[in-house]
Design a protein around this ligand. Structure first.
Ligand code: SF4
Length: 454
């Protein structure tokens, strides 16, 4: 996952992009980068770390009316700074910079075959290990009349999930893959435009939300204004996990607010899996809305049992398991006076590896909880994601290796229930990708299984 943001034609484009990246911080915490037009050239600044730390660096104190930004969380290529984005390259069409959210499902195949056939030696021309650079090199190698035409041709070659913001010296180009796995939306402010992974970043920067880009749509913004091209027939498979966990609750996709979806998921969960208890609580922050929904539907009062330390990032997207473990411990503290002697329903949005939830249940036990009933507002995640969410190894997915009873025992819960797939589909009615739950992949990966660890 990553957050991407871009501004065209605003005198404070760099500052607005930085603000946009703040609002998209939850989508990636490994590195931050901006690319901006600097005289006749495109320059870039990249650094490892969180937006708030990185942007104090002098290299980010620049002025431009044209800027794109990226906050990164690696699914391909690792978290080295060499893989940070946006990437900038000299091409036959002049300089191009690209910011990518997604994951190509044929990048290894393309690296190995496409470039060998063309006579390139991949290790010589590739500077990073990310699939984003591959897109740039395909565009550069196609020898079309301009970057826009080359990009159009490249889109017939690359497969998988890609929401892209691309900057040339004259244009801002943005597009979504034909399945629309990852979000991307357009905002407007006077004669300026912004593009953002999520609408929440448009709100923060003062841009008015115009619309989601459609799957299979490419837009181009330049001096003449905005033009749109439907380069492929749309096959909507928007990522269901964006609604369940990843996106910010105040964002909306396909006209539906994430917070509302999460609340509905919690209500459906309460109808499917009721249990007698004194209070309902959430695992903050992503479990809050589902827990409120559960509490409303069940008629059991909601109480906060955890205080969250806001200076620790999201544990799920920390790249190493040791760091994840340590972060979980300092992230949440139980409120003992609320917990002691209570039968508690704990609503969480999902269980991926199981270590996070186990630690939270233990914290409640240590604080004197009488019973702990765990309710999860999505079905068991059993299959890897090949479209840009970091659960590529099925052996790491607890629901793939343990039964329901075994998981309940492992996480020390008195009972454990997940929302059913039908229940989730009742709430998320738009055509979506549910592959990590139902094993039905909208785009079959062409790369070697090793890349995705099937
Ligand atoms: S497999 Fe799961 S996480 Fe990946 S895109 Fe589909 S719904 Fe989202």
């Amino acid at each position: 996952m990553c957050g991407i943001f871009g501004v065209y034609n605003h005198k404070e484009a760099v500052e607005l992009t930085k603000l946009g990246l703040y609002a998209l911080q939850h989508r990636g915490q490994e590195s931050v980068g901006i690319a901006f037009r600097n005289g006749g050239k495109i320059s870039r600044s990249i650094k490892r770390g969180l937006v708030q730390d990185v942007l104090e660096d002098n290299q980010f104190k620049v002025q431009s009316s044209f800027c794109i930004g990226h906050t990164r969380y690696s699914t391909t290529g690792g978290s080295d700074i060499i893989n940070a984005q946006p990437i900038v390259a000299d091409t036959p069409y002049g300089q191009i910079s690209i910011a990518h959210n997604g994951n190509l499902t044929n990048s290894l195949k393309l690296r190995g075959e496409y470039f060998d056939k063309k006579g390139y030696i991949a290790p010589v021309i590739f500077h990073s290990k990310s699939d984003t650079e591959l897109i740039l090199w395909i565009v550069a190698s196609l020898r079309k009349e301009n970057a826009f035409s080359a990009l159009k041709s490249a889109l017939k070659i690359i497969k998988g999930s890609f929401s892209l913001i691309i900057m040339t010296n004259e244009q801002l180009i943005a597009l979504r893959d034909p399945n629309g796995f990852r979000p991307l939306c357009l905002g407007e402010l006077d004669k300026s435009y912004a593009l953002s992974s999520e609408p929440c970043a448009l709100d923060v920067t003062g841009f008015k939300f115009v619309r989601d880009l459609e799957p299979g749509e490419m837009i181009c913004i330049d001096k003449k204004g905005l033009s749109s091209l439907k380069y492929s027939k749309p096959k909507l498979s928007f990522c269901g996990f964006e609604y369940v966990y990843f996106a910010r609750p105040d964002s909306h996709f396909n006209g539906i607010t994430v917070n509302d979806v999460r609340k509905e998921l919690g209500m459906e969960l309460a109808r499917e899996s009721p249990v007698a208890a004194d209070i309902v609580t959430s695992v903050p922050d992503s479990g809050n809305a589902a827990a409120l929904g559960y509490s409303t539907e069940a008629g059991i009062p909601f109480e906060f049992c955890f205080i969250r330390n806001h200076y620790v990032g999201r544990t799920f997207i920390e790249p190493s398991s040791i760091k994840r473990e340590l972060d979980i411990r300092i992230k949440l503290s139980p409120i003992k006076s609320v917990v002691k002697g209570k039968k508690i329903i704990v609503v969480d949005d999902s269980i991926v590896r199981g270590n996070t939830v186990k630690n939270r249940v233990n914290l409640l036990r240590e604080s004197g909880a009488k019973e702990i009933h765990l309710r999860i507002s999505c079905p068991p995640i059993k299959y890897p994601c090949v479209y840009g969410i970091d659960f590529p190894d099925p052996n790491e997915l607890i629901a793939n290796t343990k039964s329901l009873d075994e998981i309940a025992k492992y996480v020390c819960a008195d009972s454990l229930r997940y929302l059913s797939l039908d229940g989730m589909k009742k709430v998320i009615k738009t055509k979506s990708c549910f592959a990590c739950w139902d094993n039905k992949y909208p785009v079959i990966p062409e790369d070697e299984p090793a890349k995705f660890k099937f």
